[in-house]
Every structure is written in C-alpha cells, then in structure tokens.
Design a protein around this ligand. Structure first.
Ligand code: FES
Ligand SMILES: [Fe+2]
Length: 380
C-alpha cells in the first residue's frame, strides 16, 4: 500500500517495508544524506563497480583516473600488459598524485610520480625512488648517513585496488576481501558479454551530464519502459513495446525490446530485431541496440544524495560515425535529456516529504529487484 506521510515519518527500518513485491524503497533512502554516507561504504566499497574500457589504455604506461564516491583511483596498463589499479594517494604523506584524467583522454607515464616530494613508483606500485633527503642526513644534525636505512620498495608501495574484467570492461572492488567475485556478481551477464566481440569496437562518443536527483532515481527509470510511450516518442519509433520483456537475475536485469526492422549487427547476442538493455548493480548499464551496430554504456555516478553524473559512452566499429550512427547517437542523447527531466521532477516530489513510500506496479519487478539489492546492501 502506498504510504503518505501525514506529517510523520512512519517508515523505520527498511527491511520489513519492501518485502512485499509492490513496495518501493522508502523515499528517505533517496533523500537522506546519511544514506549516501552509508552507500559509500555498503554499496560502492563492497560490490564491483565499473572503472572503464581497456581499449582506451592499449600501451604500457597508459592510464586514466576514476572517482567512486570519495575514492580516486589510477587505472594503468603495466609493463606486462596487465591492467592494474591503485589509489591516487601517495604512500609518503598522502598527496593526490596525478590530475583527473578521463578515460576518453588518457595519459601516459613511465612511472607514477608524486609532485609533492617526488616519491616515484613503478607501474606495479612498488616504490622506485625517493629524493636525496630520504637517503642522506644532511639537514638533521642528530643523524649520521650510516643511520639511514633504505625504504623497502614493496612495503612502501602504492595501495592497490582489486580489478577484474568482463571482456574489455574493467571493474574495481574496494573491499579487502570482496564478498562476491566479479563472476558471481555478474552471473549470466558475464558469459553473454564475453561471447561478443566487444573489444573490436572503438570508443566513439561520450556525454557527461550532471543531474539533480539521487542516482537510484535514474537507475529505477532506466529499469522500466512504462514511461516510454508518454515521454520518448522519437526513441520508440519502430519499437514494439507490447512485445518487450523484463528478465530479472541476481545482480542484473534486462529489458528486451523488439524492433520492427533490423540492422546488420556484429553484436548479435540477441535474436534478430531485438535490443537488450542491461542494468548491472549498483550503477552500470550495457546497452545493446537493435538498430545500430554498436553498443553503449552508462555509468550512473552519485555525487551526493541529491546529484549524480551520467557518463554515456558509445562504441562503434570505427570512431568516425556514419550519418546513420550520428543520427542514432543524437536520438539516444535526446532520450537521456527527456529522462533527466522526468527523474528531476520525480525527485522534487520525493524531496517534498509527502510520500513516505512508493507503490510499484505489477510489471516493475526489475525495479523491485533494484530496491531489494539496495535494502540487502544497507542491512549487510
Ligand atoms: S606526499 Fe607524495 S612525495 Fe610527499
Ligand atoms: Fe526513459
């Protein structure tokens, strides 16, 4: 049953409230700053989160940075060709080391050097060199040079972050001992994506937008298309919405759409005329289109409880787009902008405090799964 607040917040613990299929996550879990603080630990530091695409860092020393909550990471290709990740934090006195570097404009470095006192690390994170003041005692009258012992490169290296991949998609996990492997968290999504030649496609376009609502509001909007008919007239041209299907798995759910027409498409996991839109808990989507030979991803990156950034990336056979591909990306961008309006309006309503808990419809079991995963994470 929908719960109106009547001036009193009757929703206490989340657990009893959303066990019923029709119950949404209570509104306060979208609006309360303490919930965002909790999510930084319980969601974004426990589950695998998307870092970026390894095609963007093909050579040894190529790197990009990625910020998740308040943690910033350097994702780099090392001398052996492996992708590694480290906190962007110096082992000396904690300075941030490299500047923000998006995946779409990666940097290259032979070693990682902290600009503060020039501690320098190998691409495997070991400490390589320190400045003279660490090797000599010139400025300290109480010490002889013989009192100075070297720093163990291993012990004084950078703090590594767990990485794993699905095809070319690189993921991070900040837990010392992740509760799930990436394979466990991704389940069927892993084998589906790994059966495709994703690495043969090139990054072609990125849109970054800041949106005024909680990240879960957008996640929920992505997970259903009941709003499409009324709000995405251009996008749904040629889609047979009545034939769409919702598939729910442990940590991901899929919206399958059928198109009237098909294109030649090398990414044919799906049947002819089909598109698949995958939401992967907590904040990543993989968009397999039915009418374009390419794929897309969204990163739904929270900034705080009331703002997130949508990072939309598009991959096609070549980075220079054909006219049809340009048109496709343009319509997709328009779809995002239409959704931003919807979720911002919804968020204004949630923030008013009038509604304590929403009521889900019978075809919103994808959304229910999403809210249940949030609940599970909060209770863990
Ligand atoms: S804080 Fe990085 S070298 Fe001193
Ligand atoms: Fe939408």
């Amino acid at each position: 049953m929908t719960r109106w607040n009547d001036g009193a917040d009757r929703v206490s613990a989340v657990s009893p409230d959303i066990t019923d299929e029709t119950n949404a996550l209570p509104a306060k879990y979208f609006t309360d700053p303490d919930v965002w603080e909790m999510e930084k630990e319980k969601v974004f530091s426990r589950y695998w989160v998307y870092a970026g695409h390894e095609n963007c860092i093909p050579e040894a020393g190529d790197y990009f940075t990625r910020t998740v909550g308040d943690k910033q990471v350097i994702v780099a290709r090392d001398e052996d060709g492996d992708v590694r990740a480290f906190y962007n934090v110096c082992a000396h006195r904690g300075s941030k080391m490299v500047d923000d570097t998006p995946m779409t404009d990666p940097g290259n470095m032979g070693r990682i050097q902290c600009p503060y006192h020039l501690w320098t690390y190998d691409l495997d994170g070991d400490l390589r060199s320190t400045p003279r003041s660490f090797e000599e005692t010139g400025l300290n009258p109480d010490l002889d040079d013989s009192d100075v012992s070297g720093l163990d490169p291993d012990e004084n290296g950078l703090m590594a972050v767990n990485t794993d991949s699905i095809g070319p998609l690189v993921f991070l996990n900040f837990a010392d001992d992740p509760p799930l492997s990436l394979a466990e968290q991704a389940g069927k999504l892993k084998s589906r994506l790994e059966s495709l030649p994703l690495e043969e496609y090139q990054h072609a376009r990125r849109y970054v937008s800041e949106v005024e609502c909680n990240w879960k509001t957008f996640g929920g909007n992505y997970s259903e298309c009941d709003h499409c008919e009324a709000n995405h007239q251009d996008w749904i041209t040629g889609i047979q919405l009545d034939e769409s299907e919702l598939e729910v798995n442990d940590y991901h759910w899929v919206l399958h759409y059928t198109h009237e027409e098909d294109v030649e498409d090398g990414l044919r996991i799906h049947d002819e005329h089909e598109a698949q839109f995958h939401y992967f808990w907590p904040n990543f989507t993989v968009n397999m289109y039915g009418t374009a030979d390419g794929y897309g991803t969204y990163i739904i990156d929270p900034i705080d409880e009331e703002r997130f950034q949508l990072i939309a990336d598009y991959y096609f056979a070549a980075p220079e787009l054909s006219e049809d591909e340009e048109e496709f990306v343009h319509t997709s961008r328009q779809l995002q902008e239409e959704d931003f309006e919807l979720v911002e309006r919804q968020y204004e309503g949630l923030q008013s405090g009038a509604l304590a808990q929403g009521q889900l419809g019978p075809n919103e079991h994808t959304l229910h799964r999403f809210h249940r995963l949030a609940q599970e994470a909060y209770n863990a």
